[in-house]
Design a protein around this ligand. Structure first.
Ligand code: NAI
Length: 343
């Protein structure tokens, strides 16, 4: 039976990377039925809606989305489609594994971090207003319900996957009430998992500690804005935004997307690296129970990364987006000699 997936190609490089990933997914032999929808500025031009209701209905039906990046105007205009979808479907856990790929030159080898970011509240609620001209208030919302829910997610994942240590990241020395509540919830949940070491780091110190020695961390759990910033910082350990995956997970639905944006500077030039969305699609395959297909792509991806010439320009190679996808498919199907490790 085919898996029904809501596909949101997005804009900028979104169409190019999603096309590449869809081709690779289909080459695994797993059957998919894609329900494809525009969102953001392009959807508004066509349908006068930033998120067409058919798109919402599709996710309600399929429960699974694969999404390319969507541009968000800065300092005005419509609010982020990503944030709206996360809120609409209560995709409360943003899950970002940070792991190296072979032969990508990085500051640190063998990084293996999991970042769990609360995805529905904090300053990301975007509740702002002008109190009087020249004074703007932005509300940071932290609730016991959402903080407990994300801590439970992190600890349950750690237990199931043999992770040993969780750091809660906070600024409760200054935001005593909001981050204080987040910490209290994390501490309470931690008590039910005595086998997992629980620790706390203040967010500014955590940034410094991560850059000095990322190996001291295993899993990190934090509220929305800190998670946004720290997960990009950690992406730099393994080669940058073009390489790291993410999943937005809720009780009913899940949306898998790359961490990077729509990269308007390289859009339409066959330069985009689809690796981040491809790795996100591996999380999707595991979510769908298609573990063999995920493993097949992972092995092919690593084989391709051993041959620098087959990579896209940002990763030091010469290939375009579509040629990169061709190489992954070739590697999955046994692969020509060219895919053998170049070492
Ligand atoms: P960006 O991630 O689009 O680009 C930053 C830099 O990284 C650019 O030089 C770009 O060429 C490069 N880059 C990004 N992805 C790449 C890839 N797959 N392959 C090769 N190079 C890649 O970030 P920026 O410029 O801050 O944002 C552009 C737009 O994307 C904005 O409108 C922003 O709101 C939106 N955005 C959307 C996200 C989403 O839909 N999840 C996430 C982040 C930003």
């Amino acid at each position: 039976m085919a898996h029904k997936i809501t596909l949101i190609p997005g804009d900028g490089i979104g169409t190019e990377v999603t096309q590449a990933v869809v081709r690779i997914l289909e080459a695994t032999g797993v059957k998919f039925e894609w329900e494809t929808f525009l969102a953001g500025a392009e959807a508004f031009e066509k349908y006068h809606e930033y998120i067409p209701k058919e798109l919402i209905e599709s996710i309600e039906r399929t429960h699974v989305g694969l999404k390319g990046p969507i541009g968000t105007p800065v300092g005005g205009g419509f609010s982020s489609i990503n944030v709206q979808l996360r809120k609409k479907f209560e995709l409360y856990a943003n899950f970002r594994p940070i792991q190296n790929l072979p032969h990508v030159p990085t500051r640190y080898p063998d990084v293996d971090l999991i970042i769990v970011r609360e995805n529905t509240e904090s300053l990301y609620s975007g509740i702002e207003h002008e109190v009087v001209p020249g004074v703007v208030e932005s509300l940071k919302i932290i609730t016991e319900k959402a903080s407990t829910r994300i801590a439970k997610f992190a600890f349950a994942y750690a237990k199931k996957n043999g992770r040993k240590k969780i750091h809660a990241i906070h600024k409760a020395n200054i935001m005593k009430l909001s981050d204080g509540l987040f910490l209290r919830c994390a501490r309470t949940v931690a008590q039910s998992y005595p086998e997992i070491t629980y620790a706390e780091h203040i967010v500014d110190n955590a940034c410094m500690q991560l850059v000095m020695n990322p190996y001291q961390y295993d899993m990190l759990v934090m509220e929305n804005l800190y998670g946004d910033i720290i997960s990009d910082l950690c992406a730099a350990f393994v080669g940058g935004l073009g390489l790291v995956p993410s999943a937005n997970l809720g009780e009913q639905c899940a949306i898998f997307e790359a961490v990077h944006g729509s990269a308007p500077d390289i859009a339409g030039k066959n330069l985009a690296n689809p690796t981040a969305l491809l790795r996100s699609s591996l999380l999707m395959l595991h979510h769908l129970g298609e573990h063999d297909a995920a493993e097949k792509i992972r092995v092919a991806l690593e084989a391709v990364y051993r041959n620098r010439d087959l990579l896209t320009k940002d990763a030091g190679g010469k290939a375009g987006t579509s040629e990169f996808a061709d190489s992954i498919i070739a590697a999955m199907q046994g692969g020509p000699q060219g895919l053998k490790p170049s070492i």
